[in-house]
Design a binder for this molecule. Structure first.
Ligand SMILES: [Zn+2]
Ligand SMILES: [Zn+2]
Length: 572
């Protein structure tokens, strides 16, 4: 479980050594060890227990000691010492996408820049272009990178806010003064990043609820405590706002605090037109101020002549008009998913055996699972050579013969799309798989035309089932490709290729807006986790949430097909 954590610390050490200008071989040994541990199919703690750490190529006595220390104490004294030798702001520059340690080192040493603010100014003033290996383009790229981190800083990824919010709701339920409780705000709408967590409670004695709330174990700081609203900072730096209202206002307050702002403006205008006044306390008669409804959210929508609008749709993207006409989509649900078909096993860079993945899939109530390991040229991710593809096919067939409950494992691949749009396996190998996912993992710098035609060429191969993480964005770290989505959708439709909604919280790719546009073009999607550890198979709910925000229904999604249907669709 600690492999990633150990690897991250080793990478960090390598980065700082690089900034300091240490010799190449020393720096490299930390990077290589980090990469090995990151992609190793075995728990580092187990490796240590078995005394096998030194058997890993490149790990000598000094590294062994450091790795053991990290595993035991979750930190490294050496890293802490190194950190003290370099200004904090310089270390922070390492977080700017596209800016590696070599460049950071040059900026620090030659220009003596020690903060991101100063770096921004230096780029704007054109001061970097004279450094060796820098140019005007570098300055533009650095500015873009800084913008990218500014855009997401202070915002948490959906999974983190989701976990915090749900645990806190469970905690608050233990307070017997809490009558009703719900998450509200952008977390309830399942936006891809969350600024702060909103929780709404109905109670007749708010004081006691607030007292109970601030005693929560993970509270780091009480920002403000009042009788209607209290804000705290959790130890992971997420802010939580708790509001307490009277039971007769719970529904209208939930509607109000769920937002979005634009959705609410439309709602209030509609209420006015119908002779009402809508606010967080309830729906009132405009003339007499008489309270009409407010206890339940459903009543608010109903009184305004609207079908109930699911929170994920409340973004003012046409949902109110659709609700008036009773034409809202019947959104896909978590329980509609019958299997995840983009999972990495320890045949490539995944952590778990196929058997472990099967048992987790069954626990989740799925009928099938698809193992989609990387293809041969992705050496860094232990992509499968053609020989190993054949061996993996045999192993999966063997596992399938052992299933007595009708569960099926599909043998798939996540085949790399090479820079010219050709695929990383020949057709004769692609034919071995039950289905083929394709994705871009190298050479990300492309023009709009290059990126679009690379993916389109990939989709045109007859063996291809879906395109994995089509825009390749990493939230806060890598911008999405500039793609001609119209053309992508048209080709997806004409070739019958599905587009993935990748559920990993830092990807969520395609995003909600793409989903809605694609549905209008009658494109089919597939919701996968792309996980490398079974613990993360639960992330599928964030892909489903993204699909719901994109107005998708069960029939728009390939892996809502039951086993018999998907077998037919794969032709196996
Ligand atoms: Zn991938
Ligand atoms: Zn993948």
């Amino acid at each position: 479980m600690k492999n990633q954590q150990v690897a991250d610390i080793l990478f960090r050490i390598a980065d700082i050594l690089d900034i300091k200008g240490e010799i190449f071989f020393k720096v490299r040994s930390y990077r290589v060890a980090g990469r090995t541990i990151e992609s190793m199919g075995k728990d580092i703690e187990v490796v240590i227990k078995e005394g096998m750490l030194r058997d890993i190529p490149g790990i000598g006595e000094a590294l062994e000691k450091k790795i053991k220390e990290i595993v035991e104490t979750d930190q490294s004294e050496y890293l802490e010492k190194l950190k003290n030798e370099i200004p904090e702001g310089v270390l922070r520059m390492l977080g700017i996408p596209g800016l590696g340690p070599k460049k950071v080192s040059a900026i620090y040493k030659h220009l003596n820049i020690t903060t991101i603010e100063d770096l921004k100014q230096a780029c704007t003033d054109g001061k970097l272009r004279n450094l060796d290996g820098f140019g005007e383009i570098t300055e533009i790229n650095i500015l873009r990178g800084i913008q990218l981190i500014e855009k997401t800083s202070g915002r948490a990824l959906l999974n983190m806010a989701y976990a915090d919010g749900n645990i806190l709701v469970e905690y608050l339920k233990n307070c017997d003064r809490v009558k009703q409780i719900s998450i509200a705000g952008s977390l309830r709408r399942r936006k891809e990043t969350i600024g702060d967590i909103d929780i709404l409670v109905s109670s007749d004695s708010s004081e006691e609820v607030m007292d109970f709330f601030v005693k929560y174990n993970d509270v780091q700081q009480i920002i403000a405590k009042g009788s209607t609203k209290t804000s705290v900072l959790l130890i992971d730096n997420l802010q939580v706002d708790l509001r307490v209202v009277k039971p007769e206002s719970f529904g209208s307050a939930l509607q109000y605090f769920t937002g979005s702002k634009d959705h609410n403006i439309k709602m209030r205008n509609l209420a006015m037109k119908k002779g009402y006044k809508l606010n967080e306390y309830g729906l009132f008669d405009k003339k007499t101020d008489e309270y009409i409804v407010g206890r339940n959210e459903e009543d608010v929508y109903q009184k305004l002549g609207l079908a109930y609008i699911e929170p994920e749709l409340r973004e003012n993207r046409g949902e109110i008009q659709a609700a008036i006409k009773n034409q809202l989509p019947n959104l896909v649900k978590n329980g509609d998913i019958c299997g995840d078909i983009h999972i990495h096993s320890n045949w490539s860079d995944g952590f778990d055996t196929i058997e472990t993945i099967v048992s987790q899939s069954k626990k989740m109530g799925h009928e099938y699972v698809g193992i989609a390991d990387h293809s041969q040229s992705l050496k860094i991710a232990r992509g499968l050579s053609e020989d190993r593809v054949i061996k993996k096919r045999e192993e999966i067939d063997k596992i399938n013969r052992k299933q007595d409950d009708g569960f099926r494992v599909f043998c798939g691949t996540e085949c790399d799309i090479k820079s010219d749009g050709s695929l990383d396996y020949s057709d004769s190998i692609l034919e071995i798989f039950d289905y083929v996912g394709i994705g871009i993992h190298t050479k990300f710098k492309m023009t709009r035309e290059e990126a679009t035609s690379r993916i389109i060429r990939g989709m045109e191969n007859e063996y291809v089932t879906f395109v994995a993480h089509p825009t390749c964005r990493m939230i806060g770290r890598r911008e999405p490709f500039d793609l001609d989505m119209e053309e992508i959708f048209d080709t997806a439709k004409s070739t019958g290729t599905c587009l993935e909604i990748n559920s990993f919280p830092d990807r969520l790719d395609l995003n909600d807006i793409h989903c809605k546009q694609g549905k209008e073009k009658d494109v089919r999607f597939v919701i996968n986790t792309d996980c490398h550890r079974v613990e993360n198979m639960e992330f599928i709910r964030f892909g489903v949430a993204t699909a719901r925000r994109g107005w998708l229904e069960k029939s728009d999604i390939l892996n809502t097909y039951i086993l018999k249907e998907i077998e037919k669709s794969f032709g196996v």
